[in-house]
Each structure stands twice: as C-alpha cells, then as structure tokens.
Design a protein around this ligand. Structure first.
Ligand SMILES: Nc1ncnc2c1ncn2[C@@H]1O[C@H](COP(=O)(O)OP(=O)(O)OP(=O)(O)O)[C@@H](O)[C@H]1O
Length: 245
C-alpha cells in the first residue's frame, strides 16, 4: 500500500476571502503558509478577522473564494477534522459536560474506540495539562485558568497535529498565564495563536503575521515585526515593553 508522505506545510491558504452573509468581506485575500511544527502568532487590533481566520481554517465558516489546504488536504467547510483543534476564546463555549473527565472524553468518544482507550486518552490529556486533580469536578465550578486548561485538554485528547489558540491568556492571572506560556512553548504541535498579549506571542511564536482590515500587512520574526514602532502604530498596536529601548 502506498502511504502518502506527511505534509511539510500545515496550512496553505491562497487568496482566501471570507464574508459573513450580508456584510463586507472580513478576510480579503489572505496568502499564508504555515510549516509543520511552526508556532505562528497572529496579531492585529480588534475586529480585523483573527477569530474569523481561525474559524475558517477549521472549516467552521464557509470560504467565499480562494484555495486552502490544511495538513495536505483541501479544506472542506463543515467537515470535522480531529487532527485540527480549535481552543475557543471563551472556554465556556467549549465546556458543557457534568464532569471535567466526561468533557475531555466527549471528542474522543465521537472518534470511536473502546472505553479503555477513551479513559487512557482522557488521563493522558488531563495529566499533560496539569488538570488530573480536576477530573471529577463540574466544569462550570472551575476558575478561569482551570477552565482554559481543561478546554485545552479536551482538544489535545484527540491528538491533533494542528492547534489554533484564540486569545488563550484572556482573563488569566499572572501565575496561570505563566504556566500556560510554558505549556505552549513546549507544545510539539503546529500552533497558530491569535492574541493581544504580545509578550506571549514573543515567548511562544517563531513567526508572526500582522492582520488588519482582513489583510496581512507584515510577516516575520516576532522581534522584527513587533519592535517596529511605525508599523505597530500604523495598525493601532504598541511595541511590547520588553522590546522598547
Ligand atoms: N457572525 C458574524 N456576522 C457578521 N459579522 C461578524 C460575525 N462575527 C464576526 N463578525 C465581524 O467580523 C469582523 C471580524 O471579527 P473577528 O471576531 O474575526 O475579529 P478579531 O480580529 O478576532 O477581533 P478581536 O481581537 O476583538 O477578538 C468584525 O467586524 C466582526 O464584527
């Protein structure tokens, strides 16, 4: 049997346009390649299309025009791809089961497999995210930081190769944020990370794109892009403290 080689490019978008029905286009000709294993930051002011880009790349929104492949396969809107995981901006959008363990098991169960395999997958994901001690707790009683890590566990349980994190440090205290940065820094998967937390992007990402009005205005190393005061100011952003002279 001929097994195709694993893709080297995790995301390949050419002239991607997307518009919500009855509204002007949000994504206006995005050209983007993300290599397998890369950690890509997506920065830009409010409302410029970061979340829309992520939802589109996960197949949750229809494409208006353009050509996109994800992990070597053409993107088909509406198709569930367990190898592509999205961690939502608000963990409350993701967590709904009566216990943390059941929540983390949900996606795995949809993939099939024995109860033993599901239990092992849940244990591994909880362990990996440092949330094993929360297994029997109801998700709605958890703190914001705990919810975030449990939401991540639910995605990682499905063993994705590409994970998109939308504002992962929103509402986290300093300690939870630091723990998450360490976690993301060491994550082996290809990672796309949209955030207003520019220090997070600096610590976690190999490369960054600056999105504004649905277009990419700059791409390069996080230090090079984010230390450019004119570029940052032109797009309503500030050079992060650690890059100020
Ligand atoms: N369901 C929808 N219907 C119509 N317009 C929408 C919808 N969802 C988002 N938008 C609009 O699309 C644009 C891009 O929104 P999006 O959430 O992708 O921006 P963002 O860059 O992630 O913003 P933020 O940094 O504030 O999270 C905004 O103008 C928003 O109002």
């Amino acid at each position: 049997m001929n097994v195709p080689p694993p893709p080297e490019v995790a995301v390949d978008a050419k002239q991607l346009w997307m518009a919500y029905p009855g509204h002007p286009p949000v994504l206006q000709g995005i050209d983007l390649q993300v290599k397998v294993g890369e950690h890509l930051g997506v920065i830009g002011p409010n409302g410029v299309g970061k979340t829309t880009l992520f939802l589109t790349l996960c197949g949750l929104l229809p494409i208006h025009s353009g050509h996109v492949t994800v992990l070597g396969q053409p993107l088909v809107p509406g198709e569930f791809r367990p190898e592509v995981g999205l961690v939502f901006q608000d963990p409350n959008d993701q967590l709904f089961a009566p216990t943390v363990a059941e929540d983390v098991a949900f996606g795995l169960r949809n993939l099939g497999g024995s109860e033993q395999e599901i239990a092992a997958g849940v244990q591994a994901a909880l362990h990996h995210t440092g949330t094993l001690h929360l297994a029997e707790r109801p998700p709605h009683q958890l703190s914001g930081g705990e919810k975030r890590m449990v939401a991540i566990a639910g995605i990682l349980a499905m063993r994705p190769q590409l994970v998109l994190y939308d504002e992962p440090t929103a509402n986290l205290d300093l300690r939870a944020r630091r723990r998450l940065i360490q976690f993301l820094h060491h994550t082996p998967q290809t990672l796309l990370l949209a955030s207003h937390d520019l220090e997070l992007v600096l610590e976690v990402c190999d490369r960054v794109i600056l999105l504004d009005q649905g277009r990419i205005w700059a791409a390069g190393s996080p230090t090079a892009v984010m230390s450019n005061p004119d570029l940052m100011a032109a797009h309503g952003l500030e050079v992060p403290h650690s890059l100020r002279r």
